[in-house]
Design a protein around this ligand. Sequence first.
Ligand code: NAG
Ligand code: NAG
Ligand code: NAG
Ligand code: NAG
Ligand code: NAG
Ligand code: NAG
Ligand code: NAG
Ligand code: NAG
Length: 570
Amino acid sequence: MKIFSLFFLIIHRITIIMPLRNEIASLEELAKKKIHEILMLNRDQIKEKAYKWRMIFMEYLPGNLRTDLLCYGFSKYDSKLCMPSYPLNFWVPFSIALFDKRIKYVPPISINDLEKDLPLLLSFISYLWTYRPKIDKLFMNLVYVNKNCNRWNNCNNSIQLSMNILRKCFDEGLANNLVQLQLTYQCDDSILIAIGRHSKYLKMLDVSCSSAITINGIKGFIFKNLNTLQNDMLNGSEVQIYAFLKSIIENREILNTICFTLEEIRLQYNKTNNLGWILIISCIQSLRHLGWPGKWNIKKIIMTVWHEIIKPKTFNLQSITLVDWDIACEEIYMMTECLPNLRNLNTTLTRSYEPLNSRNHQLLIKFWNKLNSLTLYIENSIEYFELFCRNGYVQNLSELTIKSVSLDISVDLALLQSGCPNLIILDIVSILLYINLKPTGKFKYLKKVTTEAPSAETKSWFLFYGCPSLEEFQIYNEVDPEYWKNIFINPPSLICQQMKRLQIVFVLSNENTDFLIQPYVMNYSIITEFIRKCLVLNIFGSILNFNMSTQDIENIYSFIRMNNYSLTIY
Ligand SMILES: *[C@@H]1O[C@H](CO)[C@@H](O)[C@H](O)[C@H]1NC(C)=O
Ligand SMILES: *[C@@H]1O[C@H](CO)[C@@H](O)[C@H](O)[C@H]1NC(C)=O
Ligand SMILES: *[C@@H]1O[C@H](CO)[C@@H](O)[C@H](O)[C@H]1NC(C)=O
Ligand SMILES: *[C@@H]1O[C@H](CO)[C@@H](O)[C@H](O)[C@H]1NC(C)=O
Ligand SMILES: *[C@@H]1O[C@H](CO)[C@@H](O)[C@H](O)[C@H]1NC(C)=O
Ligand SMILES: *[C@@H]1O[C@H](CO)[C@@H](O)[C@H](O)[C@H]1NC(C)=O
Ligand SMILES: *[C@@H]1O[C@H](CO)[C@@H](O)[C@H](O)[C@H]1NC(C)=O
Ligand SMILES: *[C@@H]1O[C@H](CO)[C@@H](O)[C@H](O)[C@H]1NC(C)=O
């Protein structure tokens, strides 16, 4: 009863006494936090007597407040997809007390073991079906780990059942308002078709890893009902297909609305032929971001579609993934023409372009210099990239990510600096950065660096000379605690005056969870003195592997609390 009266008091405040939102936003936050605490305290009771509580919630809490409560503890996922901090079984059971059609959005769902969490998924989908809220985002990542083959059929049937209900939800209103939809692993043709038919505003669709998707799903996603003649055209020779597509790519009577709204798609299908990609690339002209397309040679498809269908118009694409960068200079010329907005490229580098004549050199400069962001997957050698650095092809990059599958690839810092002097973000985990000759220039704009096991010389170059704008430094597999001890005791002005994030993850030895570093290298006073000096810092990551005693760690946490530092440390 006490809880109830406290609860009503707070509700009363929110609904009646509370000043306008913009006047005292923090009071509202405080109230939400309080209500949330009450919900958590009474979690079991709410789950048990959901309908009783529901009457109270529905009467007193407006939809957006219930939405907030439902999603409380999940970071806002407007810009980037965040993983939920609460597991499904934490919120789904009591969402029955909060859910109705006025819910504005739902927390992202990430299931790594569908067999285990299938009942939760089913209840969630049945709330969607019962209340049909007008949500504009839905994120569902549904991984099935096939551990127990005996139960696979059972499980498959239940998954199928959930997906059928979900498809009905899309058909009967859920798809209408969606702007972002992620449905990975379990999307199928019928769902894809329902989304294509009903979505009016969809901008982002991620149905990655759904191996059930076929060309029929893609057809139904893109086209309204095709008549026999049109179907025959699509079923005909390449020439017929291209002629047909050329005649309808602006036709809103034939194409679904998504062809004019969708900006980003992530999808793979690997059956039959490349017609699916031809349809997507020619018909969805609003498309800006094309995620990993599976095994398809997207470069070839893009050029074919341009030649045969789109020309003289060009594509709106800004980012693409090319699984295999085996591209000749003539093709580069064509890519430059048909993708005038291309800024982000995700690829491997498998061609060196040597020997070069000056015309080809100009073509390459023109193509590469337009890129702002490059993600490279290096398989065995980085020498092509080094050549690009030397030839000035990547001068204009502001964001560079290099990933490598092999462990012994390294790149010369001086070459990287002179080749990409305009970087703002550098992420080269899994590649070693070494210094041969000290770089002569600086990364004037570099704000964010993520790297792995750098040498002391490299670290010092970043911290003391090379990066006057550095704000975030993340290091993985660090092996040198002595170096950091000295830095913490005598932090350079860069760290104290402008660094917002410093995260060091020391290497773990394989066998046990002990750390390689010497006992008690760091201690309470070193870390707290450092924090006191560097007040700009607001993320310091984990100190659990700093080889300190549990007592020291506890004391550091309370030091931060007592001083009211807004420092994230975990
Ligand atoms: C799952 O079940 C559906 C229908 O019950 C069936 O069509 C499909 O082939 C099954 N999938 C697998 C991988 O067994
Ligand atoms: C491709 O097909 C194979 C076998 O047919 C299947 O196991 C795999 O999941 C499919 N992959 C994708 C991305 O569709
Ligand atoms: C396309 O042609 C194949 C055989 O050539 C046929 O099996 C299929 O039904 C046709 N599809 C349509 C939509 O006409
Ligand atoms: C980049 O391409 C790789 C495969 O080449 C893929 O695994 C990865 O998801 C892609 N990244 C993005 C952001 O699409
Ligand atoms: C380099 O990038 C900037 C910013 O995106 C752009 O304005 C400029 O045109 C690019 N330079 C070249 C040579 O393309
Ligand atoms: C620090 O590392 C040493 C060496 O691995 C280990 O013996 C010691 O227990 C660790 N101390 C703490 C407090 O973790
Ligand atoms: C912490 O470490 C520093 C440097 O090694 C040392 O001077 C100091 O005495 C240590 N403090 C404590 C409380 O152990
Ligand atoms: C931290 O905040 C509390 C109240 O929010 C206040 O009482 C305390 O004095 C503050 N401590 C410092 C060191 O500012």
